[in-house]
Design a protein around this ligand. Structure first.
Ligand code: HIF
Length: 301
């Protein structure tokens, strides 16, 4: 708007309230977008999960050994990263976020995408995730190499290689994985198909519960190897999800999160907040401590 451009022109320094306005607009845009596709999924928050996936894929390229990748430069705007196989389908989320960028031109893409990830988790009834701004827009030269994001067809060793490279441990890996309670796989994006839970726009610990409570069998189809629940055949698990019940160390944490939703919420929040800050130099952050953004409901009550 004119008011916003005027602010930019006068060296506008955004406050927490300004970021809350962006958060609110993100929530509104995701909510409105949900009408499309309602034939497939009767739910307004249909776009929440793919927006969360954008925040994660923008951050999960981090390599702690070289300090490259991560959310700082929002390099997925550029080729070849936008075309990396793991990012198939994320243009949907980037295009949605572009609307918001047009309205709040002062926010960096990295801040916008990670704030959207926080909004997605919180608005889908997940835990509060501490967040703070400071990412800057980078250039094509900052694009990380392909192959840094996980391959769902692999096992425990691969998951560890990928997440240890970012600086996570087994407990944090398993805590993050509960986000697969949300959303679904799309045959035209990853090749996999179907949702993990019966409530894919509600943040719950159902991912872990279902892993242990259901009987999982290999799906008989022409697509990539994935599991389906024997009872309803309507849910799915990726090989990397199923490994959480097979690997001894992973299993211990997965069981704990299946049994204790509060523990899961607490640990997910910490691990996800850490994920979103990967690759951002500490001195770039505008605040020494992260902020808790309010949900739309918080503000209405
Ligand atoms: Fe995902 N993930 N993820 N993921 N992911 C998919 C979808 C989502 C992995 C593979 C896939 C995490 C870890 C891993 C979300 C969030 C997170 C899809 C399907 C695949 C194949 C994409 C499609 O077809 O549309 C692998 C191998 C991971 C390492 C174990 C994180 C922890 C769970 C870090 C995470 O937060 C979300 C949300 C989706 C749903 C997107 C949608 O469009 O509905």
């Amino acid at each position: 708007s004119a008011a916003q451009s005027a602010k930019v022109a006068t060296n506008f320094v955004p406050t927490k309230e300004d970021y809350q306005k962006v958060y609110n607009r993100i929530a509104e845009v995701i909510d409105d977008a949900g009408d499309y596709d309602s034939a497939v999924f009767v739910c307004r928050w249909l776009f929440g999960p793919v927006v969360l996936r954008l925040a994660w894929h923008a951050s999960g390229t981090y390599d702690k050994a070289t300090g490259t990748g991560g959310s700082n430069y929002a390099t997925m705007r550029f080729q070849p990263e936008s075309l990396h196989g793991a990012n198939a389908g994320l243009h949907v989320a980037r295009e949605l976020m572009e609307k918001i960028k047009q309205e709040f031109s002062w926010i960096s893409y990295g801040d916008l995408w990670t704030l959207a990830g926080v909004a997605a988790v919180q608005e889908m009834a997940g835990p509060k995730v501490p967040w703070r701004p400071g990412r800057i827009d980078g250039f094509e030269s900052h694009v990380p190499p392909d192959g840094r994001l996980p391959d769902a067809s692999q096992g425990a060793q691969h998951i560890r290689d990928i997440f240890y490279r970012m600086g996570f441990d087994d407990q944090e890996i398993v805590a993050l994985c509960g986000a697969h309670a949300l959303g679904r796989c799309h045959a035209d994006r990853s090749g996999y198909d179907g949702p993990w839970t019966f409530s894919p726009t509600m943040f719950t610990n159902d991912f872990y519960k279902l892993l242990f409570d259901e009987k999982w069998v290999w799906k008989k189809w022409n697509g990539p190897k994935q599991l389906e629940d024997k009872k309803t055949k309507s849910l799915m698990m990726l090989p990397t999800d199923y490994v959480l019940t097979q690997d001894k160390s992973f299993k211990k944490y997965a069981k704990a999160y299946a049994d204790d939703v509060d523990l899961f919420f607490k640990d997910f929040s910490a691990a996800f907040a850490k994920l979103l800050e990967l690759g951002v130099p500490t001195q770039q952050f505008v605040a020494s401590e992260s902020w808790i953004m309010q949900t739309v409901d918080d503000q209405n009550s």
